[in-house]
Ligand binder design. Structure first.
Ligand SMILES: Nc1ncnc2c1ncn2[C@@H]1O[C@H](COP(=O)(O)OP(=O)(O)OP(=O)(O)O)[C@@H](O)[C@H]1O
Ligand SMILES: [Mg+2]
Length: 508
């Protein structure tokens, strides 16, 4: 008898080899002579600070951008990836941060888009065949998806599964996931990880981009680090830990990740009581004192954002009072809220935050002109200078403040929103997931910023899905579950387990 085959399929050959890739956008050298390879049957994490070039490299692989120099080989064969169709043909599927499914179509129609099985007559489509094949495909991965559901009725997590099935239907050998978990719930994340492992077992190469380094530790076989458009490191995960990865990413040690809190907490500044809204929050009450950072934890859908929206006058309140500085506020719209001294930094930069086609400087100053006392008299040069200063305080990476906002990397767009509120003269500041999608260095700066704002005597409500940062920054942690406030804990006297328990466990 021959030797027994090893149980786990050894990762076979190189699935992807990108060599000497360079790409310039106007004055910005996004990628400089990058060589990157990924093996079949592995998860290869691609990490780096905001603007390091991760998405650009992957968009070149996906045929969205053309490199200025360099070559791409897939399964040993040289490729010209002149457009997305050619990349798909070559076996590359990209799952974007912003999913791009046809919302009006069903699950099956999306999966077979452009390759519909023919029906009994020429020019007809067999919906029956599509449904059967979709179900078969889903079953292989233990997904419970009805092929006839419209995509617009699915959760983000399920949409992602549809994207993955679509990739599999196209026989992808390389799947790229760009920050796939940034808007998933805990449970959906666990499911996604299982899928990624299954894909790896089937011999696919998975390229996985994330700013959550704990995920990288859990999933990746290999890690490559981009810094300022250059590939600075590539190593098996087993030989690395988080501090080492961070070191490669930022080029220095990052010791004071969470700022030392030395703020004198003052008298109560904000009192929210009996707050209910049409969006489903139910009788929420809490207070925030001057100089205090109050965190808010909860699972996706627990109603944290809705609390912020009710306070800020976006959602209609059905009951409740908000008292600021001893005065009861009468807020019916965001402009009332802003005029009363409340700021809300929203989590969704695309939908509620930024005008992508306008220059960065506009997005920093425009919504604030009155609050920063400039009215309509502002000179463009002054505006750019003010925006530049605010942007530099949190290290926004841009060609210049007048560059169009959509030329910035995702994380740098997020920073613009933070810069905007640096200028606003508010006393109660609500931050809803301010660090989503931004890199470790910028996260540290946001934490430092929260701390500084608290030191200036502001009251801060900090909504986050990442417990480590709540524990690192907040004085108290509120816990939401199903629209209700179920915990109000002093950070020093509680544990992440306790918070998770309150957030997840159902009564009775
Ligand atoms: N279409 C574009 N036009 C101009 N500049 C661009 C364009 N796309 C990217 N850039 C610039 O190229 C650089 C790399 O951006 P990229 O989106 O690849 O970064 P990233 O590593 O994905 O960052 P993040 O973690 O924030 O998503 C950035 O400086 C960005 O501003
Ligand atoms: Mg990106």
């Amino acid at each position: 008898m021959n030797a027994v085959q090893p149980q786990t399929a050894a990762p076979s050959g190189t699935a992807l080899r990108m060599q000497g890739i360079s790409k310039r956008f106007g004055p910005v050298q996004a990628l400089c002579d990058v060589s990157f390879a990924a093996r079949a049957g592995t998860v290869h994490a691609l990490v780096g600070e905001n603007g390091a070039g991760k998405s650009t490299l992957m968009k070149i692989l996906a045929g969205v951008y053309q490199p200025d120099a360099g070559s791409v080989e897939i399964q040993g064969r040289p490729q010209t990836l002149a457009n997305p169709a050619q990349a798909i043909e070559a076996g590359v599927s990209m799952i974007y941060q912003e999913l791009d499914l046809a919302e009006q179509l069903t699950v099956a129609e999306n999966i077979f888009l452009g390759a519909e099985p023919q029906g009994p007559l020429p020019w007809t489509v067999s919906h029956h065949q599509m449904a059967i094949q979709t179900r078969d495909l889903a079953r292989q991965y233990d997904f419970d998806l009805d092929p006839a559901t419209r995509v617009e009725d699915l959760s983000t997590g399920d949409c992602q599964i549809v994207e993955i099935l679509k990739a599999l239907r196209r026989n992808a050998s390389i799947i790229v996931m760009d920050e796939p978990t940034s808007s998933l719930s805990e449970r959906e994340t666990v499911r996604l990880f299982e899928v990624v492992r299954q894909l790896r077992e089937k011999g696919l190469a998975i390229i996985y981009i994330s700013h959550r380094l704990e995920e990288i530790i859990e999933l990746a076989d290999e890690v490559s680090v981009l810094r300022d458009g250059q590939l600075v490191h590539s190593e098996p995960m087993a030989q690395l830990d988080i501090p080492q990865i961070v070191h490669h990413m930022v080029g220095r040690e990052l010791n004071d990740y969470f700022p030392a809190r030395s703020v004198e907490v003052g008298p109560t500044l904000v009192e929210v009581s009996d707050l209910s809204s049409e969006a489903g929050i139910d009788n929420v009450g809490f207070d925030v004192r001057r100089g205090e950072i109050v965190g808010m934890a909860g699972l996706v859908g627990a109603g944290r954002t809705e609390v912020a929206r009710a306070i800020f006058g976006v959602d209609k309140k059905t009951s409740g009072r908000v008292i600021l500085n001893g005065r009861e506020l009468n807020i019916d719209s965001p402009s009332d809220a802003i005029a009363s001294g409340i700021a809300l930094l929203t989590e969704d930069r695309k939908r509620t935050g930024l005008c992508l086609e306008l220059p960065c400087s506009y997005n920093i100053t425009l919504p604030n002109l009155e609050q920063i006392g400039m009215g309509s008299l502002i000179k463009p040069t002054q505006e750019v200078r003010i925006a530049k200063e605010a942007g530099e305080r949190i290290a926004v990476k841009w060609a210049n403040p007048e560059a169009p906002t959509d030329s910035l990397s995702g994380g740098n767009q997020q920073k613009l929103l933070v810069a905007r509120w640096l200028l606003a003269n508010s006393t109660f500041m609500i931050f809803d997931e301010p660090t989503r999608g931004i890199d470790v260095g910028a996260k540290a700066e946001v934490y430092g910023l929260l701390n500084t704002l608290a030191q200036q005597g502001k009251a801060i409500l900090f909504i986050s899905s990442e417990l480590p940062e709540l524990f690192g920054v907040a004085d108290r942690i509120l816990v939401m579950r199903r629209g209700k406030l179920v915990g109000n804990l002093v950070t020093k006297e509680t544990t992440p387990e306790q918070v998770m328990h309150l957030a997840a466990v159902e009564e009775n």
